[in-house]
Design a protein around this ligand. Structure first.
Ligand code: HEM
Length: 404
């Protein structure tokens, strides 16, 4: 069942194919991409870089951080191999495992949890990263930790919760269909049983950044366009300079990878909503409707930091103030119900990819934490840092350059 797309699988079931066995599977139990017409739209899993970084931002996110519990390095490698095989299948719109959700023995738990049956691949991407704690010596990796994976410093105003921070491994699953993203993380988590356990997870929606000039810039929950001045996916020179780690950077196994900073930023929506439009625009440094730099008329007009309020968000974050440093932002809006005292528990799950956080996120956030007027309406409650290794070629597995 696993060699057909989930959509076709449903059709076959209707035709009475329940229980049909599938022969000729590899040891992983997941077939190579033999489906002649995989469900579109599919984002290729294989490539020089992992998908999910420059991929045009999908509508939904399920992000999970894991503590590795594998007894030894072989256990960690086996987990990454299982995840690679499953990610190949899931991103192609196929089921996990030999028999999928309903093709296996009636007396055994199904290999695939089934809630994505009938859903196409929905541009699912699965991006895996390694946290600083993975290099603590348990798996013989202490001398492989990249200098760029230095622990983030404490920033002014941080209200970080340990249970919303850190982790050994992360999975960023993005898809246009939330059920597909959730299904991916759920099944990867199942495959991790005995080798890794979820530490924390976050759902996100309504992409809060764009990575392509062709997309309409989306809005965050403060109602402002977010992603206007982003590093764009088709700007190869900027990606090489600011996003992709290179062989000469100090950790050869990271060449073609990137470093991800994830921050769980809660937004004090009620206070913001009582703030005048003029004040909101002065705080951000752009207009709310068009997204133009203050004093200009359109979104793509040049932004001259010195023309903007001294403590506005975009002036403080601008590359001119940080030696030209840029990041590829790819965050998502979050609403996790209410906080128990009547406020919307809303925020931005800030995701930024960069070549070296010591030269990008750290100085920018240091400046923002100190002076940003927007900070009055924000609370950083979660933080994590990840080395996202390069992409996987057919036949390779995630993290092979580090652990192979
Ligand atoms: C809830 C938190 C945040 C909100 C609501 C927010 C909102 C915005 C908005 C509306 C813009 C203008 C549009 C654009 O160019 O994308 C912007 C730009 C930017 N933000 Fe944020 N932001 C947040 C957190 C952060 C954090 C934590 C960082 C990094 C430490 C950051 C870095 C930047 C950068 C680098 C720019 C582009 C500046 C430029 O080159 O013009 N933001 N943000």
């Amino acid at each position: 069942m696993a060699d057909v797309s989930r959509r076709r699988a449903l059709g076959l079931l209707g035709a009475g194919a329940v229980g049909a066995g599938v022969a000729g599977l590899g040891v992983t139990g997941v077939r190579a991409a033999t489906d002649p017409a995989p469900s579109a739209p599919v984002v290729p899993f294989h490539g020089a870089h992992q998908a999910g970084i420059t991929t045009p931002v999908q509508g939904h996110l399920h992000f999970a951080s894991y503590d590795v519990t594998a007894r030894d390095r072989a256990g960690l490698v086996a987990l990454l191999q299982r995840w690679t095989a499953a990610a190949e299948a899931l991103t192609a719109g196929r089921e996990v495992g030999r028999d999928g959700a309903v093709g296996g023995p009636a007396l055994a738990p199904p290999e695939d949890t089934g809630e994505a049956l009938g859903h196409d691949a929905s541009r699912l991407t699965i991006t895996v990263g390694f946290g600083p704690s993975l290099f603590d010596g348990r798996y013989g990796l202490a001398d492989r930790r990249p200098a760029a994976l230095a622990d983030l410093p404490r920033f002014a105003g941080d209200a970080l919760r340990p249970e919303r921070s850190g982790g050994d491994l992360c999975v960023q699953a993005c898809a246009d269909d939330p059920q597909v993203a959730v299904h991916a993380v759920r099944n990867l988590t199942r495959l991790a049983a005995g080798a890794a356990a979820v530490r924390w997870a976050q759902l996100g929606f309504g992409r809060a950044a764009s990575t392509s000039a062709a997309e309409e810039t989306p809005r965050n929950l403060f109602g402002f366009k977010d992603g206007t001045a982003n590093v764009l996916a088709d700007d190869d020179a900027a990606l090489d300079e600011h996003v992709w780690a290179a062989a000469g950077d100090g950790a050869d196994w990271m060449a073609g990878g990137s470093y991800l900073v994830a921050r769980d930023v809660r937004m004090v929506i009620e206070t913001w909503d009582r703030t005048s439009l003029q004040e909101q625009e002065l705080v951000v440094g752009r207009t709310k409707g068009e997204g133009a730099p203050l004093g200009r008329t359109s979104e793509r007009d040049p932004l001259v930091p010195s023309e903007l309020p001294l403590r506005s968000h975009v002036r403080l974050a601008h590359p001119d103030n940080h030696g030209g440093a840029r990041m590829l932002r790819r965050g998502y809006n979050t609403v996790d119900g209410t906080d128990g005292v009547g406020h919307l528990d809303a925020g931005l799950f800030f995701l930024a990819y960069q070549r070296d956080p010591r030269r990008a996120f750290v100085p920018v956030q240091r400046a923002l934490a100190r002076d940003d007027l927007l900070g009055e309406y924000l609370r950083h409650v979660g933080s994590s840092l990840w080395a996202v290794p390069p992409g996987v070629r057919p036949g390779q597995w995630l993290g092979q350059s580090l652990l192979g």
